[in-house]
Design a protein around this ligand. Structure first.
Ligand code: DC
Length: 229
């Protein structure tokens, strides 16, 4: 019997971390689609908790109740839609208010712990591309490829502004920029799993590049990595 037959297959992970509105979600989804891998949007989990807390009148500061709440949530991702307890919540979860709430609930260690197993359950064959803040540092430290994706706050605010304007939603650039900066600071300065570039992550700065270039960078780095292993 060869060694391979005894070693269980652990699906490979590509971990993509970075600040809000850095394009992580779009880039991660496209990389996953090209490779035929599964996709984890870990930020959506924190957003769902923030929304469920709001619906249940639980404060975003109540660490113990937030952690308990996770056990009662039935979360499903299907065809680009997000379902919470069988209700479609995609639009609400993606709102600026709930994004801010996600950043607030995410500071609590007990809540972060309650979400670990759920995140690990996305690691399935043939592989996973996961995006968030602590994918490379905490959740999948053995990821085959780690990317830290970023862009200046001004570029990110401008992209968010244009996205909202394209949907005919009212948007104020200065307010978006301020909110982004506030979220960056909160995500970077919390004590548990702060947003930080893992020492072994590649930096991908996208202020002057487009989505297709970023996707190509990740795929090429992954394939080069696979060849050298
Ligand atoms: O990626 P996003 O904007 O959907 O994330 C919303 C918030 O969730 C973000 O401001 C911080 C939190 N988050 C986190 O703490 N850890 C993750 N892995 C993903 C998101």
């Amino acid at each position: 019997m060869s060694a391979n037959q005894n070693t269980p297959f652990t699906p490979p992970v590509i971990a993509i971390d970075g600040p809000s509105a850095s394009g992580k979600g779009t880039i991660t989804q496209l990389v996953a689609a090209q490779l035929g891998y599964h996709y984890l949007d870990s930020g959506a989990l924190y957003r769902i908790v923030a929304l469920a807390a709001k619906n249940n009148n639980i404060s975003w500061n109540n660490e113990a109740l937030l952690a308990e709440l996770v056990e009662q949530l039935d979360i499903k991702f299907s065809d680009n839609e997000i379902y919470l307890n069988n209700n479609k919540v995609t639009e609400k979860v993606r709102s600026e208010e709930i994004g801010g709430g996600a950043s607030e609930v995410a500071i609590h260690p007990a809540l972060r712990k309650a979400l670990v197993d759920l995140q690990h359950s996305f690691r399935q064959a043939p592989g996973l591309v996961a995006d968030g803040r602590d994918m490379a540092t905490v959740i999948f430290p053995d990821a085959k490829l780690k990317i830290f994706l970023t862009a200046t706050a001004e570029v990110r605010a401008d992209r968010r502004y244009k996205q909202l304007a394209a949907k005919n939603k009212s948007a104020d650039y200065q307010k978006i920029l301020e909110d982004l900066r506030q979220r960056d600071t909160r995500d970077q300065q919390r004590s548990d799993a702060p947003l930080v570039q893992a020492p072994d992550a590649l930096l991908l700065e996208t202020s002057n590049s487009n989505i297709a270039e970023a996707v190509a960078f990740v795929i090429n780095a992954y394939l080069a990595n696979a060849k050298s292993n």
